[in-house]
Design a protein around this ligand. Structure first.
Ligand code: HEM
Length: 526
């Protein structure tokens, strides 16, 4: 990810500072009382300028987990010039996202989100305040409410059929299926159709949509990147040198142009005599852009104006938040199931038993599949895709587990570490879906159990969990219904059979499998 290479570059740059000087300036922030008697969270040793940045490495969620093991569930780090509190236990998460939710509901003004999301006029990165409250209400009620989610059932079922057909086609060609690619296509197709409808929108001269896929991938990579300018403003020139500046501009321009066309197209369809429906009525053909244009017309009196930039920002948010996350969970679920054949067989028995007569799994079958839901929960417990959630910022002076946290402190909640905390979970590092059969969690309702927070919780918790649930469940159930699976890997340029999937990770907007998931799919003949 770009942010990692930038950090590495910074480390190289500061290496010119004599090591002796660095050692002399080493500073310890270990837990201490301030002059006013308020306790600060403990900190590891930091370096001048970098603070604790160099400790994060390529897999920050793991590095922070190790640091928390020595320094405790609430730590204070300095990332460049940014003081950052890290919460790594269920108790800390509950206090931040429930007991003191209001104080922890801000978002920092992240430079890249500002650049790519119209100055923070979206939902996910908008600062806490009246605009965010209204935009969030629109999202939760009009775009992601239960009736709207149900209205996209046809889209989900068609896209699952398309996914299964693609697997069948690639499997028939005799090789391994690149399931990672197919799952990204699947979740992107669902979000695109929900957001834009069935119109065929693309970039100029983009045969097959490859250019668009790359632009979206760049967007996902950039949105949470930390440019040097933000960490150490005097090193802002590094962003131009590494190409980050140019890539950000090109990505923004490409997506902005596309969204302009989509919105103009929707506006012209509406002015051609289309009736605006009353709030709450379900019309299968209305997509998110339609809904946002409706809200702009209907909510005028409620004080919310959504101009074109607001609509573009909210749609981009939904793409950022909703695509990689769902496909990443599906990839991890398949990897864990291949590595746990007994659990794979158990889930296949459940799915095939429930949907046998129908010849495919539909959404009507999902309620009768408790093990399917348990597998998805267990996958997210071990592999929370947004491992560190989205960074928050305190809106006022507050406390966390007895430590004083000043207003405007950045807050990172390590959902990944909380899911693997051995003091909270038995056999914490093992894949045991049965734990969620014995104690089921409705993961589409966030904030029920703070040992399990892949969707965050509280005011800023994910409003899209209910949308993600049928998207993931339907795909996983159908993949297991239609095929028997085995693993295959690339090694030394050749494809090799392997009994297990390599579960090495790569950190990004989602923490995903490092190597593409290459699997052999054998059609099940029933
Ligand atoms: C497996 C799938 C998903 C996961 C794991 C996930 C996870 C998250 C997380 C961790 C946050 C930040 C929560 C916090 O700070 O407490 C978030 C926020 C958000 N998510 Fe999701 N998400 C998923 C799917 C979706 C989908 C499908 C959508 C929309 C269609 C969506 C829309 C949003 C939005 C708009 C926010 C910002 C909320 C705010 O700041 O007020 N997410 N998500």
């Amino acid at each position: 990810m770009a942010v990692i290479s930038l950090v590495e570059l910074l480390i190289t740059v500061v290496a010119v500072v004599p090591i002796i000087l660095a050692l002399l300036l080493l500073s310890s922030f270990s837990s201490r009382k301030r002059a006013d008697g308020r306790r600060q969270p403990p900190s590891p040793l930091g370096l001048p300028l970098l603070g604790h940045l160099h400790l994060l490495g390529r897999l920050p969620h793991r590095a922070l987990q190790s640091l928390a093991a020595s320094h405790g569930p609430v730590m204070l780090l300095r990332l460049g010039r940014v003081p950052t509190v890290v919460a790594s236990s269920a108790a800390a998460a509950e206090e931040a996202m429930k007991t003191r939710d209001l104080a922890f509901s801000g978002r920092p003004m992240l430079l890249m989100a500002q650049r790519l999301l119209y100055g923070g006029r979206d939902v996910g990165f908008a600062p806490y305040g009246e605009y965010w409250r209204q935009a969030r209400r629109v999202c939760a009620l009009h775009l992601l409410g239960p009736r709207r989610i149900a209205s996209f059932r046809r889209v989900r079922e068609q896209e699952v059929d398309a996914l299964i057909a693609r697997v069948r086609h690639e499997a028939a060609a005799g090789g391994a299926v690149n399931l990672s690619d197919l799952l990204i296509c699947y979740s992107k197709a669902i979000i695109s159709r929900a957001a834009f409808g069935d119109g065929d929108y693309g970039l100029d001269g983009d045969e097959g949509g490859e250019k668009l896929r790359r632009v979206f991938a760049d967007f996902q990579e950039l949105v949470l990147a930390s440019p040097m300018r933000e960490i150490a403003p005097w090193l802002g020139w590094v962003d131009t040198l590494t190409g980050l500046e140019g890539k950000t501009r090109r990505t923004f321009e490409a997506l902005d142009g596309l969204l302009e066309r989509v919105i103009a197209d929707h506006r012209s369809r509406r002015s051609g005599g289309r009736q605006v429906l009353a709030d709450g009525e379900v019309d299968d053909h209305r997509d998110f852009v339609d809904m946002l244009l409706d809200v702009d017309e209907m909510d005028k009196d409620a004080g919310l104006r959504l101009d074109t930039d607001n609509i573009k920002a909210i749609i981009m948010d939904i793409f950022a938040a909703g695509t990689d996350t769902s496909s990443t969970v599906l990839g991890w679920a398949m990897a864990e199931l291949i590595n746990h054949p007994h659990e794979m067989r158990k889930l296949q028995d459940e799915v095939r038993g429930a949907a046998c007569a129908a010849g495919r799994v539909t959404e009507d079958h999902l309620d009768g599949m408790p093990y399917l839901k348990a597998v998805i929960c267990e996958t997210m417990r071990l592999h929370a895709p947004a491992a560190l959630l989205i960074p928050r910022e305190t809106t006022e002076d507050t406390e966390l587990l007895g430590y004083h946290i000043p207003a405007r402190t950045r807050v990172v909640i390590n959902a990944w570490a909380i899911g693997r905390d051995p003091t909270a979970w038995e056999r914490a590092e093992e894949f045991v879906p049965e734990r969620f059969v014995d104690a089921p969690v409705d993961y589409s309702r966030v904030g029920q159990d703070f040992r399990f927070v892949p969707f965050g919780a509280g005011r800023r918790g994910c409003p899209g969990a209910g949308f993600a649930a049928p998207t993931m469940e339907l795909a996983l159930a159908n993949m297991l219904y239609h095929f028997d699976w085995a693993s295959m890997a690339h090694g030394g340029g050749r494809r090799q059979w392997t009994p297990l999937v390599d579960v090495s990770e790569v950190f990004g907007l989602s923490v995903r499998l490092k190597a593409p998931l290459m699997l052999v799919a054998k059609p099940w003949l029933g």
